[in-house]
Design a protein around this ligand. Structure first.
Ligand code: UDP
Length: 326
């Protein structure tokens, strides 16, 4: 089976492509290289530079390749950017997504796994968020993901499109070859590890006055390889699970301060940290219930501890202190 991975030169997309290849799928990676890295495209994948907001570029990809299914990860993802450059998020995540669906239908491709997000839920109203939790996004990024989920529901009915939405919580960690390299980096684990590499630049902890066990925010970190494997399980279960959305989390929360502590143990470095004000838009706790993905997809995260996740990121960062090819 030939799978098109949009955003396949990005952090999650490249690991999805890598896992697909390991399982014997044919892989075509599409990426505009705005955030993605050429060096992140796994060997064995066909690579095409294309932008999903440009319909003709998508057309070329579909015309030149046999495609049986799509895993859609190409997106604008930086939440603060979505607050100010809102049109950019809607254009890429909604208009680009529609372009993709149009190209798929025109070429009779009716299988899609969509990369959605915990951001569709907004402010948590429960300790563990289940898929039926109210969906009131706090930012345009989450709104675009929710809108596209809803578009998929209607396309599913009208055009017999089969799809599954996977709502990631905090993707983290690295595979042997592929890791996290954003510019600028906003995520906690790479920022903590960066401060272990360069002790002159402490990591900033955004708020220690939250109503949590140690005052810092709690998040549900899940290994990027486990996220990638969930995509493959979803593809395999598409016939009987189409139309569903599944949370991908590890089922446990870790505070920002706990992440720093684990990173200190893993690296053996007394990582310098400084406390600053809260970051706008951060809920105190975001933890998933992933029971449904376990039950219905047979998904079982392999990397359940934070230590394994942080160790894999640390190994990758030491091997790529300047990220991909910079
Ligand atoms: N965070 C932090 N310092 C950083 C980056 C993040 O204290 O340099 C905090 C952030 O405020 C949040 C948690 O770490 O509470 C996870 O943030 P991240 O950006 O990694 O993921 P998010 O949960 O926002 O998707």
């Amino acid at each position: 089976m030939e799978v098109l991975v949009t955003g396949g030169a990005g952090y999650v997309g490249s690991v999805v492509a890598e896992e697909l290849l390991k399982e014997g799928f044919g892989v075509i990676v599409l990426d505009n290289l705005q955030e993605g890295h050429h060096d992140a495209v796994p060997e064995g994948a066909e690579f095409m530079v294309a932008d999903i907001t440009v319909r003709q570029e998508l057309e070329k990809v579909f015309a030149q390749n046999r495609i049986d299914a799509v895993m859609h990860m190409a997106a604008e993802t930086v939440v603060p950017v979505s607050m100010t450059d809102t049109t950019r998020h809607f254009r890429c995540n909604v208009v680009g997504g529609l372009n993709l669906l149009d190209a798929m239908l025109e070429h009779d491709v009716r299988r899609l796994i969509f990369s959605s997000s915990a951001a569709v839920y907004g402010e948590p109203q429960a300790d563990e968020i289940g898929e039926d939790h109210p969906k009131v996004p706090l930012n345009p990024y989450g709104e675009t993901k929710l809108i596209f989920e809803r578009i998929l529901e209607w396309y599913g009915r009208a055009y017999q499109l089969k799809f599954i939405c996977l709502r990631y919580f905090n993707a983290a960690g690295a595979s042997r070859r592929l890791g996290e390299d954003h510019q600028p980096e906003t995520h906690l684990i790479p920022n903590v590890l960066r401060a272990a590499l360069d002790r002159s630049a402490p990591v900033t902890l955004f708020g220690t006055d939250y109503p949590t066990r140690d005052g810092s925010c709690v998040r549900d970190y899940v290994h990027v390889i486990d996220i990638a494997r969930a995509h493959i399980l979803a593809l395999k279960r598409l016939e009987d699970r189409s139309g569903r959305a599944y949370n991908l989390g590890s089922g446990g929360g870790h505070s920002v301060i706990e992440v720093v502590e684990v990173a200190r143990q893993v690296t053996g470095v007394d990582i310098p940290a400084k406390v600053s004000a809260r970051r706008p838009g951060d809920p105190a706790v975001l933890v998933a219930s992933s029971a449904l993905a376990r039950q219905e997809l047979g998904w079982k995260p392999e990397y359940e501890g934070l230590e394994g996740i942080v160790s894999s990121s640390w190994r990758w960062m030491k091997e790529h202190p300047r990220g991909y090819s910079r």
